[in-house]
Design a protein. Sequence first.
Lengths: 891, 110
Amino acid sequence: MAEDNARRARPWPFRRLLRLAVRPPALEQDVDEELRFHLELSVERLVQSGMAPEAAREEALRRFGDVAHYRDTCVELSRRREREMGRALRWGALVQDVRYGVRGLLRTPGFTLVAVLTLALGIGANTAIFGVVRGVLLRELPYPEPERLVRLWQVAPENPKGAFSFPDFEDWRTGAQSLEAAGAWFYAEGRTGGDLVGDGEPQRLSIAYVTDGFFQALGRTPQLGRPLQAQDHVPGQADVLVLSHGLWQRRFGGSKDVVGSTVTLDGKPCTVVGVMPRGFDFPSPSAEAWLPVASLTQNRVPWQQRASRWLAGVGRLKPGVTLATARAELDGMARSLEAEHPDSNTRFSGATVVPLHESMVGEVKTSLLVLLGAVAFILLIACANLANLLLARGTVREQEIAVRAALGASPGRLARQLLTESLLLALAGGLLGLGIAVLGSEGLVRLASGRLPRAGEVELDGSVLAFTLGLSALTGVLFGLLPALRAAAPSLQPLLKGASPGQGSGGGRRLRGGLVVAEVALAVMLASGAGLAARSLAHLLSTDMGFDAQGVAVVGFSIGSSHSEELTTYYQRVLEAVRAVPGVESVGAAKTLPGQSDVEMLRVAVPGKPEELVRANVLHISRDYFRTLHIPVKAGRDFTDDDRGGENARRVVVVNEAFVRRYGLEGDPVGQTLALGGPPVTIVGVVGDTRQAGPSEPAEPMLYLHALQNIRVGVNLLVRGRGDPLRVAADVQKAVWSVDSNQTITRITSLEQVMSEGVARPRLLAVLMGLFAALGLLLGAVGIYGVLAYTVSQRRREIGVRLALGATPGDVLRMVVGGGLRLVGVGLAVGLAGALMLARLMDSVLYGVRPHDPITFISVVVGLLGVALIASWLPARRATRVPPAVALRAE
Amino acid sequence: MGDTSLELLQGTLDVLMLKALSWGPQHGYGVAELIRMRSGEALKVEEGALYPALHRLERRGWLESEWGVSENNRRAKFYRLTGAGHAQLRASTEHWLAYADAVTRVLQSA
């Protein structure tokens, strides 16, 4: 009983703290009064026992002891006790709030489930995208002082990002004062490599050929052994290589003895000098070894020629050197090279220098930021939805809240109670969202299918967890604050008098209406973005490539060094073997597949206009290439087996129509000759244009050379046969092995698959945006439905009266739907304005669609109106079914 | 009273105060008077020392305080034993008696 009294007497801690702040000496006064009482009573008793007042006072003080000391001790003890009690009370209040909140949420499981799921989707999507953004965009590159690293290109005619020749790059590297170190590399996915033989099966290694300075510029040292050094790059030295961590583990079992050992690469002995640490994956995660450029044979890559450009460069700026300084210096060097070597360097007169990180993520950056914006919109829609739900709930609970307020709960306390509830919801949603994010980011990386730079660095680490937690808290406050603020200022009187809840809350209705407008606006923006991304993808997929990829199998390989003496014979034998495979209709071969960027290039001077160079892609193909890919031969003929190489053979070439146009050939191109360096070549055929660089690029001039006259070790067999291309490809692989059972195969797939990888990024954007827009629309529709259903339930009486007074169900339907559509209309207008503004940001990731594409925006408006109509019609229909008598009695 | 017995004194004072309050709510002066009278004036305590002790016991939850009106019609702070205080008094009493008994036996053994 005593304890109960004490608890009730305890004031609310805030007020208590406030009192302390206003009147600090309260504690001292209490202690003083207590001690004074003791002393006075003591004196009184002594006087009663016959002592003189003066003596009594002295005696009392003597008995008491050091008053000042005891007083201070007591004050200190009381103060400490006060603090402890305050803490305990606040903690107790929090525990009570949480317990009350959980109980309240469990009492309405439907609401709680919907809220938590909505939040989990919103927070999960945000966390997944943020994880990717952090790994790809925000995290520093894994090299020391990565901000000093730059990607280097030589400016070529018509191409500011051209490759280097080895001699040019060496001149830059050794001469540049603004660079601390620089290196170049030659790497093409699946094509630069060598056959590793030795213990175990022969294996095709993905190799990056690098110049001196490559490892020094990046600044990473090997985990074992040493990097490549200056002496390794001298031609004619013993071949050396550095292994990737992955290859070292897979092939050499992580043995430390591997450094110094000799392996056989393409039939030549090669000494392992170092092993790079885990995570070193420059220039590509699939690079397995690094070799000096000098180990390339001249007949494979003419690396000592200044006109042969095939290297990509990376550099490290000296401390304090700006990009502009480096650009100016390298530009100057390019110009002096141009003056020194007019034969090879005319019009190669500049340098392009871009921070390395930017060069790696540049293209994907916009897509990721668009996605991040989209998920943020989803979360905002979810918040608006929940705020609406909570507002509706708050109105239902107005009476309860009013009663609690009347019983002495302070407005702050009530607001905190409601905020606790929304925070609980948000945290539960965040927890579930984390699970969604784990699955989501894995799926995302897989969906990007290798076209996402730095995908290996996407992980859900501490900072992503912190992001989720922060986001949950923010979300909770965001959607909880409005209802909480409203609850904090309840208008008590009418409610206590028994007025029905929901009346006299015009402000609330406006607030809810505003939230619906915001939801619709956000959904419009999401849907517009998704529409643009989808239209862009559709454009890419429907683009006429100039060839037919359907049903074509691809088997890629590099002719091994064991055949270097009889390359063309081997090539012919393989093609013959594949032609003989049952079910194969036609077979062509090409060095590079359509859609792959590593195509060789040649600049051809236009006769009579030496200033004008036509940049043409060069493709080494076999006969039947055009027939296999359904590329029309417009004039002349395809290559034949008779166009063989040899001493006095007539050198022939097939060109495409774009080349004829650009080169300005007059009359019948067939039979004319071209000067490509060396003996003139004769045009024997003209074929249709193809988009060699992918659907987003225009068709470029092409020069097709006959592989039998210009053999290349890289070969991609293109096979059109009956049935599933992958099954055909498997048979083709067997045929290749029937010629040489040691031939390593670098890829086995279908051409459609290759093309599909080429549009992986636009597809990722379209798929995710579509997903997010669908989610946003669904949430928006739920929001509209929720608000209208609530309004209808609140207006039952009014509707009943209307119906009783003769309004038709149609009138009621129109009234409710009209009310809903008014809100939707405002939302649409706001959203369209926003979408038109934001669409411009997507410009760089759209192909073949203008950011203000009218079809997209019209479909979005129509689609959203449709959704809104359904969402408002459902509650409206229920309103018309209100039996007037019941509605009138409902109060 | 020598310094060497201070620690003992403190423990003793606590149990004495709890005992004094077990007879009913009391203000500080009353507690002092009770101890003085019941001990036959043998235990001489500096009265001021009672107050820090009272506050300490209150902080530990053995006592509760409340302002009330004294027998001479003045505002005074009254202390009351809590449930925990009662339990503590029983425990301390047992402990103290066992202790005193042991010391007594040692001292009385020839």
